[in-house]
Write a protein that binds this ligand. Structure first.
Ligand code: HAM
Length: 436
């Protein structure tokens, strides 16, 4: 127990950190290019926010929240999704008084859901999300989808199709609910218990059921797109025209209803190619009433969320993850106790030149230092000591080819820089890592 992470959680290990950094960098780049700026909201919020925001008939609220009482006897919940917190911050900080639309993104925010851990479903996952407040046109959804599509394409993912639907608004959705309930009428008794429970409170979610017997019944159900009011219809057609103009492959899928209550008009998902059936790579949509519902001024809004773990899973399944960069480019080995200080200062000087350098921290013999350098995949070993040092030279060994080169001490930094660069031309030593 003590050395076992809680069920449904995963460590990000040092050897995988570069993949997370790579994805985060691309996410930030994609969002900022579209004028979105970062927001960070707390990991926990008042439970009430999610009851009112996410909806108390949803699976998330009914079964999946991590809720507890704090020492002040307040009901607190670990964020089960990112939108409600962003809306709360938008209202609390009066961001609606700034220029609208107000566009924000969150980067790999930890999200907690007490789910049945199975392939692709974690109890703690991390979401990249983009939220746009104050834009009522379908251009908002088109921008979100286009940015997301561009990001996933840049990461290398192929064969992506965006599934879109419109679930109408408070004026046309009740008409559809009525039609759907009439159709389901006697049939509901042949459906699963979850669908039966949803019949009264949330009939739309019945369309989403993955049980074969329910899917068969649902396949003949009336379609919401036939019940949209003129405004919702025009909005949905407008979105499709924009997606076509950008050549984004999409499919209209009337069975996409999403598992959160706040959506109006557009909903969308990208389904995983390689995951379990029905597992979404990302999901989002428009939520025009949520800001007002939570106490802010009426503000149209839309956004999406995508799980970092699912992006990684898809990249790995499609064999698209880049190789790991070396943790150490140059390992500085010392020969003898009196070379420890020169080896230390030489290592620091290499680091000052933005070369990934390391030296012995364990008092190892020269042989053991070479063995260690090999084990950690160092590209080169720079040897300080022995008769070479007395002659004023440093010996560099290429750990792959075993070729060696003697370099005069006074030009060592420059020459090692050249050698490292020749191995990895995209590296620029003069720049800080952030500028790379
Ligand atoms: P969601 O569809 O519940 O939407 O989650 C968004 C994405 O988070 C999913 O498509 C998936 O990539 C990832 N995800 C969700 N649950 C898990 C899990 N248990 N394990 C791993 N990954 C998971 C929302 O959360 C909305 N807040 C999205 C949104 C933002 N809509 C408008 N703005």
């Amino acid at each position: 127990m003590l050395t076992q992470a809680p069920k449904g959680t995963r460590d990000m290990l040092p050897q995988d950190a570069y993949l997370w950094h790579w994805i985060e960098q691309e996410e930030r780049y994609a969002a900022e290019k579209a004028g979105y700026r970062e927001i960070r909201t707390p990991v926990f919020e008042h439970t009430e926010l999610f009851l009112r925001g996410v909806g108390d008939t949803t699976d998330i609220v009914q079964k999946e929240m991590y809720t507890f009482r704090d020492k002040g006897d307040r009901s607190i919940t670990l964020k089960p999704e990112g939108t409600a917190g962003a809306v709360r911050a938008f209202i609390e900080n009066h961001l609606f008084q700034d220029a609208l639309p107000c566009k924000m993104f969150y980067l790999n925010a930890p999200i907690f859901r007490y789910e049945n851990p199975q392939s692709g479903r974690l109890r703690e996952h991390h979401q990249f999300g983009m939220e746009c407040f104050g834009g009522k046109e379908p251009t908002v959804e088109a921008e979100l989808i286009s940015t997301l599509f561009g990001l996933l394409t840049r990461l290398g993912l192929k064969n992506l199709t965006v599934h879109i639907n419109s679930i109408g608004c408070p004026s046309c959705r009740p008409v559809y609910h009525q039609k759907l309930k009439e159709y389901l009428g006697d049939r509901i008794h042949d459906m699963c218990e979850t669908c039966q429970a949803r019949f009264e409170k949330n009939p739309l979610r019945i369309l989403d059921c993955k049980e074969e017997k329910c899917k068969a019944i649902v396949s003949g159900a009336p379609v919401i797109l036939d019940c949209l009011c003129d405004e919702c219809k025009t909005h949905f057609e407008g979105l499709q025209t924009l997606l076509r103009a950008r050549n984004i492959p999409f499919a209209v899928d009337p069975h996409i209803v999403r598992g959160l209550d706040y959506y109006t008009k557009t909903v969308f998902e990208i389904i995983m190619q390689s995951g379990r059936e029905g597992l979404a790579l990302c999901g989002g949509g428009r939520y025009d009433n949520l800001v007002e519902q939570l106490g802010g001024p009426a503000t149209p809004a839309a956004g999406f969320g995508i799980g970092a773990e699912r992006i990684l899973m898809e990249l790995k399944n499609q064999g698209l993850t880049p190789p790991a960069p070396p943790a150490t480019e140059v390992y500085v080995a010392n020969l003898g106790a009196d070379m420890k200080i020169p080896a230390f200062t030489f290592t620091q000087a290499l680091r000052d030149k933005n070369i990934k350098a390391d030296c012995d921290l364990s008092g190892r013999s020269l042989k053991a230092q070479f063995k260690y350098a090999d084990k950690i995949g160092a590209w080169y070993v720079a040897l300080l000591g022995g008769e070479e040092y007395e002659r004023g030279v440093v010996k560099i060994r290429d750990m792959k080819t075993k070729e060696e080169e003697e370099i005069p001490m006074e030009s060592a930094m420059e020459r090692i820089g050249e050698i490292v660069l020749s191995r990895s031309p995209e590296r620029r030593l003069s720049e800080s890592p952030e500028e790379k």
